[in-house]
Design a protein around this ligand. Structure first.
Ligand code: SF4
Ligand code: SF4
Length: 353
């Protein structure tokens, strides 16, 4: 039998801004949510579980990931309990539960710890620049090597074990038994959701937001490929050089718009940004901008006299790759895609009962 833990809402508040105790369980939020269904009913159920502190029910649920945060439920909640932000806070809390290192939860709960990690990594890169006597070819060589190593290490030692933990919590622990063949046949859903996030279109008035996210994901993944595999900064190919410019420009233009909207707070979803949301959009913007500038300085033959620019880019890259990707908001992209995949597996077992 589940144990009730009323202190849980206090813990959850560290992950976002909402007032779950204001909820009087009217169900309006679930009624207006265009993504909730009879089988997958939320957000009211998640609000109730949170108020009662039913941690086990929450950590084995995929429902927080089925919400794409349109903000409609928060706009119409008669008690201003902010159920949309509660769903967002639950997603952050779940990331902390999936993460075996415990760092995600620590970073979400403490801005001081998060900033300290950024400062330490910036200091390591600055020290490396001094250690190498600001020798640009050597620093760039190791910078490129770092990109390749970081992707492999972060995926193998952090993201993959965390996805397995998510599977264990949401599929294995609740007793969902899926035939092995279904894991393979449902892989298509994982890929489609990962690249398109098409469920966002189920929320009303979300077309522009979906389009921006779509081109941002494409721009980000293709820039990753262009810098890591095609070695953009060293490439002599006109096609690769232009491709990198276009991809990095897409990233900083789209993320600039994200930052602008968070500042003017023109939508319900921009009203309650957690520090991790700010870091995500600002660092993505800086990544695009600094990568674009480095390549421009190379083409103008000015980088040799401005090694600091590459070091700044490397600092941003290292902070992104070692903090934001494994422990910060970037992981939403991964866990949400896997949540859609696991949901497909659950749907299959439901339909065969
Ligand atoms: S609409 Fe507000 S008060 Fe009603 S159930 Fe949802 S969160 Fe609670
Ligand atoms: S934010 Fe939108 S998608 Fe999420 S629960 Fe509320 S109405 Fe549904």
């Amino acid at each position: 039998m589940a144990r009730i833990n009323p202190e849980f809402t206090d813990e959850l508040k560290k992950y976002g801004a909402f007032d779950a105790n204001a909820c009087y369980n009217c169900g309006n939020c679930t009624a207006v949510c265009s993504l909730a269904t009879e089988e997958e009913s939320f957000p009211r159920e998640m609000v109730r579980f949170s108020v009662l502190g039913l941690k086990e029910n929450l950590e084995t649920s995929l429902k927080p990931w089925l919400c794409y945060y349109c903000g409609e439920c928060s706009e119409t909640c008669p008690r201003e309990a902010n159920p949309g932000e509660l769903m967002m806070s639950l997603r952050r809390w779940l990331i902390g539960r999936y993460d075996w290192t415990g760092l995600s939860g620590l970073f979400y709960k403490s801005l001081a710890v998060f900033l300290s990690a950024f400062v330490v990594l910036a200091a390591v890169v600055a020290w490396f620049g001094v250690y190498e006597n600001f020798n640009l070819p050597v620093i760039m060589h190791y910078g490129h090597y770092f990109e390749m190593a970081a992707i492999t290490v972060v995926f193998a030692f952090i993201l993959l074990p965390n996805i397995i933990r998510m599977w264990w919590l949401t599929i294995y622990k609740p007793g969902v038994r899926v035939p092995v063949s279904v894991y393979f046949t449902a892989i298509g859903d994982l890929i489609v959701h990962m690249f398109t996030q098409k469920r966002t279109l189920g929320c009303e008035d979300n077309q522009l937001r979906w389009f921006e996210h779509f081109i941002l994901v494409l721009g980000y993944l293709s820039l990753l490929f262009t810098t890591v595999v095609l070695d953009w900064f060293a490439s002599q190919s006109l096609f690769v050089v232009v491709l990198g410019y276009v991809e990095s420009a897409v990233i900083f233009v789209v993320t600039f718009d994200f930052v602008r909207r968070r500042i003017i707070k023109d939508q319900e979803i921009s009203k309650h940004a957690h520090p991790s949301d700010w870091f995500f959009v600002i660092w993505l913007f800086l990544m695009g901008l600094s990568a674009f500038s480095v390549r421009l300085f190379i083409d103008l033959q000015m980088l040799d006299n401005n090694v600091w620019l590459y070091l700044v880019h490397l600092m941003i890259l290292v902070q992104w790759a070692l903090v934001i990707v494994p422990f910060g908001k970037w992981t939403h992209f991964l866990y949400r895609s896997f949540a859609m995949y696991f949901e497909k597996l659950i749907e299959y077992t439901r339909s065969t009962k």
